[in-house]
Design a protein around this ligand. Structure first.
Ligand SMILES: *Cc1c(COP(=O)(O)O)cnc(C)c1O
Length: 237
């Protein structure tokens, strides 16, 4: 299957049910992204700042870029001028930094709060208590140049469907709870980003409305790290 036909068949499945496809293009060359773009895809996800910036410069300007990987505060400035959404907000500190740089560019940057749902210790994100704490924090209430659009989560990487399903169920409960408690009158709090190539159907079943698909769109990632213009690996930035 070509990238274009993958995009077309995913759009046929996802558009009618109101699920947004984020095509995860990390490690993939700009030619592959252009092919997806030409097939009508406009939302792309990347997890490394420097790789994202290079691709943004090289590709059409109406692409909506989503950052889906951990963001260090000192890198916010590079993406603030153009980023459409930061899905991987995992601290109040980084959120304040995003707000500061968004203000400089006279923008409001859409963000998702990343929630830690997986078993693995290594995944970034807030646990339930931290999430409530940040939403109650006075400093959070004062941020004017960020807009919280919803939550993002990554399920445990396992073949055990029951585990993954329970995690997505928990995410949906958390989303509904946060919505009712903190964003009841905020229509723009409406995104639940969960599901990757291996588990997106389960995520949609459990109420997710944004899926982040890499290999389903572009095929397996054969190289580990994108080569930057200076010849370095994106990973070593
Ligand atoms: C890489 C990545 C994806 C996509 O993974 P696939 O299994 O290729 O679909 C989705 N979300 C995040 C946060 C990722 O880092």
């Amino acid at each position: 299957m070509s990238i274009a036909s993958n995009i077309e068949s995913l759009q046929i499945d996802l558009n009618p049910i109101g699920v947004t496809l984020v095509a995860v293009s990390k490690t993939k060359p700009v030619e592959d992204i252009q092919e997806a773009y030409d097939a009508g895809q406009r939302v792309f996800g990347e997890n490394m700042v420097q790789e994202l910036v290079e691709k943004q410069e090289a590709l059409p300007k109406d692409i909506q870029w989503h950052l889906i990987g951990h963001l260090q505060t000192n890198k916010v400035k590079y993406i603030a001028p153009f980023i459409a959404m930061i899905q991987s907000v995992d601290s109040l500190k980084v959120l304040k930094e995003i707000d500061k740089h968004a203000k400089k560019h006279d923008r409001i940057i859409d963000c998702l709060l990343q929630v830690h749902i997986a078993d693995e210790d290594t995944k970034f994100g807030f646990d339930h208590i931290e999430l409530i704490e940040i939403l109650r924090d006075e400093a959070f209430g004062q941020l004017q140049n960020i807009r919280i659009r919803g939550l993002m989560g990554i399920a445990t990487n396992t073949d055990n469907e029951k585990v993954v399903k329970e995690e997505f169920y928990e995410m949906k409960m958390l989303f509904d709870g946060v919505k009712a408690s903190f964003f009841r009158k905020v229509d723009s709090f409406d995104i639940l980003s969960m599901g990757m190539s291996s588990d997106y159907k389960l995520a949609i079943e459990q109420g997710g409305n944004m899926v982040r698909l890499g290999s389903t769109v572009f095929g397996k990632r054969v190289i580990k790290h994108y080569k930057l213009k200076d010849g370095k690996d994106a990973k070593s930035e």
